[in-house]
Design a protein around this ligand. Structure first.
Ligand code: LLP
Length: 435
């Protein structure tokens, strides 16, 4: 089937190319399974997203959502462009700092932070998105002990419905994240009275893989209303962070997704933001935390066909499964698949691409029209750059695969494949098992 490919991909002489490199050659050189990422695509995405927002105000900061793909090399690429990061753990915080992102461009998010998390954020001068009053009080205690100022914002739950998978809708009424708008003023009041805690921001994130821009505009309206009220309380807002969530078109064939562009996102959100700032005489920076949109379309997962089985349907058994890309198993997500070594051949049958994991649900792509597939063919799973490797596991004792970075045709490893020894490195033998 003819797919509308992302700009990271092209087809030449029957082969799929990513970032100008031949996927068939990459698979031969580096082995499979293999993640392949086009770096130029990520840089272009960053610049485009930033430019779209800067049409409306100069005070824009992009905080890349590190959870989407925390490969340190990609973090460095984005740091060099001026990105900050939404970090959700000490690991992500460290990755962002080591990639060269300055502390003041980071926001430490999360609904369940440990004492060590909070301490590290305060010590490193990183702003914290506070998810509960309980957490606020813990921050107060640590900051007094350290005698160190800490800038915070509260995560506000705007309680709006968003058209996405329920597991990734985060700003709905019963979500575990954030504080409802009608309870948040008391939280700011309490923070204002603290000695070392300085409330300077607001945070929200309504969900992920959202293919309409209207909910972002509505959320912005709710948040800016709260911004006006906390300004009256005495909060001097330095930033309002609207989270991530802009979706990408995973369906690329018939009934392709109509995914909004960053320009459309900006047109839905920025006028609401700019107008509310003017009305209330405030000038916080506009922060936003795109993850998927930055990296999702930059990457393919290459996987080799081990065997083809014709029974009640035709299974294509490949060497990557939900150990490497869990999205289809976890959210019933759709990823297009292309036979990378027959990329312009006519469809010849309907195939179900299944991984090597010992679970019935290990299906990467169900009932897809593809050219004739035989053992040895190479399948590319598209749009695997966000929440792909980042959510991978070693289930069934399968080492994670390598990642290759491509830039204008040049291709090198950015992470080698794990070995059996890597997987067992942390194992400790209890004394009674030792001879
Ligand atoms: N900011 C916060 C606070 C978030 O929780 C998230 C994602 C983002 C930003 C980035 O959202 P994005 O721009 O990527 O939509 N594993 C799921 C997605 C989980 C998203 C979690 N939070 C998936 O594979 O679809």
């Amino acid at each position: 089937m003819k797919l509308s490919l992302p700009s990271s991909l092209s087809i030449k002489d029957g082969h799929l190319f990513c970032g100008g490199a031949d996927c068939v050659r990459l698979a031969e050189e580096f082995g499979t399974p293999l993640y392949v990422t086009d770096e130029v695509h990520i840089v272009e995405n960053f610049r485009r997203y930033q430019a779209a927002l800067q049409q409306y105000t100069d005070k824009v900061q992009l905080l890349y959502a590190a959870k989407a793909n925390e490969n340190p090399v990609i973090m460095q690429t984005l740091a060099a462009e001026g990105a900050g990061a939404d970090v959700f753990s000490l690991g992500e915080m460290r990755a962002a700092l080591e990639a060269g992102m300055p502390a003041e461009k980071l926001l430490f998010n999360g609904s369940s932070k440990t004492e060590a998390d909070l301490r590290a954020a305060i010590e490193n001068g990183i702003r914290i998105s506070v998810d509960s009053v309980d957490e606020l009080r813990q921050i107060d205690a640590i900051s007094r002990e350290l005698k160190k100022q800490v800038k915070i914002g509260f995560r506000c739950n705007p309680e709006i419905d968003v058209p996405t998978h329920p597991k990734i809708a985060t700003g709905i009424k019963n979500s575990k994240f954030g504080i409802p708008a009608d309870m948040i003023l008391d939280a700011y009041r309490e923070a204002l009275a603290m000695e070392y805690v300085v409330p300077v921001g607001m945070h929200c994130h309504i969900g992920s893989q959202i293919l309409e821009v209207e909910p972002f505009g509505i959320a912005c309206g709710v948040i800016m209303q709260v911004a006006a009220e906390i300004t009256k309380l005495g909060v001097k807002l330095e930033f309002v962070d609207f989270g991530g969530g802009l979706g990408i078109p995973y369906h690329r064939g018939e009934n392709a997704d109509a995914a909004p562009t960053p320009e459309e996102y900006a047109a839905a959100v920025m006028p609401v933001f700019v107008e509310a700032c003017k009305e209330n005489g405030i000038s916080p920076a506009f922060w936003v935390e795109p993850g998927r949109w930055m990296v999702g379309e930059s990457t393919v997962l290459l996987t080799r066909v081990n065997s083809v089985k014709k029974v009640h349907k035709t299974f294509v058994n490949v060497d990557a499964g939900f150990n490497l890309l869990i999205r289809p198993a976890m959210y019933d997500s759709w990823h297009e698949v292309v036979v990378a070594n027959k990329a312009d051949a006519e469809d010849a049958g309907v195939y179900t691409v299944t991984g090597p994991i010992c679970e019935t649900g290990d299906i990467l792509a169900d009932d897809r029209k593809l050219p004739e597939v035989v053992a040895g063919d190479l399948i590319a799973v598209l749009d695997a750059g966000a929440y792909g490797y980042a959510m991978s596991s070693q289930y069934n004792s399968r080492p994670r695969c390598a990642e290759v970075l491509v830039n204008a045709g040049q291709a090198e490893l950015m992470r080698r494949a794990e070995t059996f020894e890597d997987m067992t490195r942390t194992v400790v033998i209890p004394s009674w098992h030792r001879k």
